[in-house]
Design a protein around this ligand. Structure first.
Ligand code: ZN
Ligand code: ZN
Length: 135
């Protein structure tokens, strides 16, 4: 894989990563839910030595668990995660913030033990390309 790039919604923070992804997983854990306000997060594990922030400086919050989560202090987009004890040598990138979020499809769902109950039956909900009544 070549260089991949991404950043936050407002454009203040940009990053790039190089190397081979270790894994790409959808995480349902409570920690991810609370850090993002979303029911599930997509994480692309990239080698730390190939990762760099190329513009701006994200806010970094380290939880008591030792997990550091970086996010844009202006627009709030969660960007990446580091926990040397759990994932040594890895920067876990929130892959939806990549410029090409679909380029590397996720291979697994993890932390299903903490998945919100409604997420298991997501396919049974009616779906709309935009909103109900808009065709
Ligand atoms: Zn931003
Ligand atoms: Zn998680």
């Amino acid at each position: 894989m070549g260089k991949i790039t991404g950043g936050c919604r407002c454009g203040a923070v940009r990053y790039e990563a190089e190397g081979t992804a270790a894994h790409h997983a959808l995480c349902h854990c409570r920690d991810c839910q609370m850090a993002s306000g979303a029911p599930v997060l997509a994480w692309l594990a990239m080698p730390a030595e190939g990762f760099s922030v190329t513009q701006g400086e994200p806010v970094r919050y380290t939880a008591p668990s030792g997990s550091m989560r970086a996010f844009c202090g202006t627009c709030g987009t969660p960007l990446f995660f580091v926990n040397e004890a759990v994932l040594p040598g890895i920067v876990d990138i929130q892959s939806v913030t990549l410029d090409e979020p679909d380029a590397i499809p996720p291979q697994a769902q993890i932390q299903l033990a903490e998945r919100r109950s409604y997420m298991a039956a997501l396919d049974t909900l009616p779906g709309f390309d935009r909103f109900p009544g808009e065709g």
